[in-house]
Ligand binder design. Sequence first.
Ligand code: NAD
Ligand code: TYD
Length: 356
Amino acid sequence: MRNKILVTGGAGFIGSNFVLDWMPLERESIVNLDKLTYAGNLQNLALLEGDHRHIFVRGDIGDTDLVAKLLAEHQPRAIVNFAAESHVDRSIHGPAEFIETNIVGIFILLEATRAYWAGLNEDSKKQFRFLHVSTDEVYGSLSPTDPAFTETKQYEPNSPYSASKAASDHLVRAYHHTYGLPVLTTNCSNNYGPYHFPEKLIPLVIHNALAGKPLPIYGDGQQVRDWLYVKDHAAAIRRVLEVGMVGETYNIGGWNEKPNLDVVHTLCAILDELSPRADGKSYAEQVTYVTDRPGHDRRYAIDATKISRDLGWKPAESFETGIRKTVQWYLDNQEWVKNITSGAYKDWVTKQYQGA
Ligand code: NAD
Ligand code: TYD
């Protein structure tokens, strides 16, 4: 095996942050396989232009021949799988692509990995890792008094997105138990930070606020999410890859449970300070209640005791420091936002927020 890892979905939000953070910290090169769906964006990786340690390949994890060829050619010592369809609302409008990538695609990636791994020598086989990046949404929804999700929580996915991720987690688990493939799985809470596509709550609210548009709150806005700064997630994945126990799953979270409405008001307050509205009013005036998401999960919360205790990881950012950095990043990178909110993005917004 060579000094390389294969990253899939490395042009998306979390994948690109992982790749960008990896390059200065680690010696190994990255082969980055990404289909460049609407969510994948090479501009996220612009800082790596000319860096020969980053090899970008446009393609699908569900393309057996391509994946087999890449594995044979680059001989990676690990695969970190970020590739997925990732937006709950899109999965409600059209689940088919979620089944295609998150279930069939993962299956094909696992099959190609199994064949490659079987051909390695004993030492390389032992060292090899397949790290599957997943979500806390597989565990279902919590009541306000339920304890946070631990790794042994029963899977109860409620959306086509979370159901497809749950299926992928089960496949990864099965490849370990049945074939001995050295896998690791991480289940993380909601991320936020740079390069977040403005279809998700935090970047959408920042974008709409600055554009003078409504800030859409689904239902009563009291749904709770557990927010983690994306670079803390990237650090946790590096840690799990380095010292995680084969076959184990690790929950990753920031101990930052917040109702959506609080998150939106925090964003408005930071924007009021850093980029005040011309009329002197607060961005909070733009808050608009809209129809709730069907089957909307009420609360997610991660118990991150295991990764903290066993692997010594903990987040570097609090919600307060991370969210301020994030708002500042969006203010400093309006060109990036402008480029990705043209074209197909507009069609999505019309479909999802008609009348809002
Ligand atoms: P994203 O939608 O921003 O990026 C997904 C990337 O995968 C895109 O670059 C896309 O082009 C690529 N992709 C999609 N289908 C592909 C295919 N068939 N083959 C190759 N590439 C493909 O998603 P994200 O928010 O960066 O999430 C990355 C991973 O982390 C996902 O697996 C997601 O389930 C998981 N996750 C996300 C969050 C979150 O808050 N965003 C939290 C926990 C876990
Ligand atoms: P989102 O960022 O889509 O992440 P997820 O659904 O994976 O948790 O949504 C976060 C929360 O914000 C979720 O409870 C839905 C809510 N939400 C809104 O209230 N308005 C919006 O416009 C969006 C996109 C989300």
